[in-house]
Design a protein around this ligand. Structure first.
Ligand code: NZQ
Ligand code: ZN
Length: 386
């Protein structure tokens, strides 16, 4: 196992009715609150009204309409609102997009230059306003980590930035708030959770047995509960397990002690930078193709572990046959959850594949990945996704 520093400072309030703690939590930071949210789902499901009821003694200013794949322009708007209104604390109510946007607003408040600088260079983030979140979608893990991903439509860039200061101080995780999710978001969110785990499961470090066992548990949780949540959207047990899986998959627990860079996320981020697609959908499409592409004599034993420990497949003599069965299972699982499994189904053709492949290697170091990939490899994988 490699050396690591584990730091997960977010206080988690998990379960039904935890929103009642919101005024106590925010009260630690002040009375002036910037409430951030997306396109209106929280108004439809009553969460918006609940927040106002719980925060009746606070001064609330709103940043509404945070886009899925949040944009730098919205971040800039949020920073202005914070400065104009002497905001003490940011309250993000929504999914990863709303939380990510809020993180960079929080950091941008203290930065004199343009907020895009903070996305391109996280070392410029030194301080941030306190951030509290109410999560409504089990997916990104943003509710319990230090990362944010922001899009710049002018340059077709979608980039991640990470800083300790941006970690939420507290997050309210009430699984009931995910009952109203459209089925595609439940499925895409689960694909995202699984991808966070898989990116770390398939890594060069082979001695982090404990992290791999935790990862297998999270994957099995997703495989068990996503179909239940799709069939019975108000199944608390399913929603609760998916929600906690979201946080644990990307709070450092599975990735600490394992060296190397990720692969499917860098590729997907270019897809959503150029085509503004749903992150988890892109990952579900890319992941099984990437698996097929990197399956080799060198990687097959890890795929055998994956087949037996995650998909409960019977051990067999032909390791490659077993590995391929596990990859088939992965692809079929996403398809059965209702995810369109080809780029063509999203209206994406081959016209920008080369541009995206180039952008992947410019933005990310794929040479330290589990299986190092060149620009040509990325292009081959993207072609397999068409
Ligand atoms: O905007 P509203 O109206 O709220 O609707 C949203 C949005 O349309 C809807 N939704 C969310 N909760 C709902 C709901 N609809 C009904 N009921 C609810 N309870 O779902 C749609 C998607 O929301 P979004 O926040 O965009 O989804 P997600 O949580 O998947 O976030 C995706 C973003 O996070 C980034 C992605 O790249 C993408 O930009 N990521 C962030 C990471 C991080 N910070 O650590 C890591 C991830 O790998 C990822 O890259
Ligand atoms: Zn992700």
């Amino acid at each position: 196992m490699e050396n690591f520093v584990f730091h997960a400072p977010t206080e988690i309030y998990f379960g039904k009715g935890q929103i009642e703690n919101l005024s106590k939590i925010l009260g630690n930071y002040g009375k002036n609150v910037l409430l951030t949210y997306g396109g209106g789902s929280i108004k439809k499901n009553g969460l918006y009204d609940k927040v106002y009821e719980v925060l009746k003694d606070f001064n609330i200013v709103e940043l509404a309409g945070v886009e899925p794949n949040p944009r730098i322009g919205t971040v800039r708007k949020g920073i202005e609102l914070c400065r104009e209104n002497n905001i003490d604390v940011i309250l993000a109510v929504g999914g990863g997009s709303t939380i990510d946007c809020s993180k960079v607003v929080a950091a941008g408040y203290y930065y004199e230059g343009d907020a895009w600088d903070l996305v391109k260079d996280s070392s410029k983030i030194t301080k941030a306003l306190p951030l509290v979140t109410v999560l409504t979608l089990a997916a990104t893990g943003s509710e319990m980590n230090k990362g944010a991903v922001i899009s710049n439509p002018e340059t077709n860039e979608k980039l991640g930035t990470t800083a300790k200061a941006m970690a939420p101080r507290a997050s309210i995780l009430d699984p009931e708030y995910t009952y109203t999710l459209p089925t595609i978001q439940t499925a895409a969110g689960t694909a995202d959770i699984m991808s966070h785990v898989l990116e770390n499961y398939f890594k060069v470090t082979e001695t982090a047995f404990l992290q791999d066992k935790i990862s297998e548990g999270i994957l099995k949780t997703c495989i068990k509960y996503c179909p239940i949540a799709l069939k019975e959207p108000s199944n608390y047990e399913a929603r609760a397990n998916l929600m906690w899986a979201s946080s644990l998959a990307l709070n450092g627990l599975c990735g600490s002690g394992k060296a190397g860079s990720w692969t499917c996320h860098p590729i997907e981020h270019e897809l959503s930078a150029f085509y503004d697609i749903t992150h988890g959908v892109g990952l579900a499409i890319v992941t099984p193709r990437w698996m097929r592409y990197i399956l080799s004599e060198k990687t097959v034993d890890k795929f055998v572990d994956y087949a037996v420990n995650v998909w409960d497949l019977e051990m067999e003599e032909d390791k490659f046959a077993l590995a391929n069965k596990a990859i088939d299972k992965t692809e079929r699982f996403f398809a059965e959850c209702g995810i369109p499994m080809n780029l063509g189904k999203l209206g994406i053709d081959d016209s920008l594949l080369e541009k995206m492949s180039h952008a992947v290697v410019v933005h990310r170091d794929l040479q330290s990945a589990y299986v190092p990939l060149t620009e040509e490899d990325v292009l081959n994988i993207l072609k397999m996704c068409l």
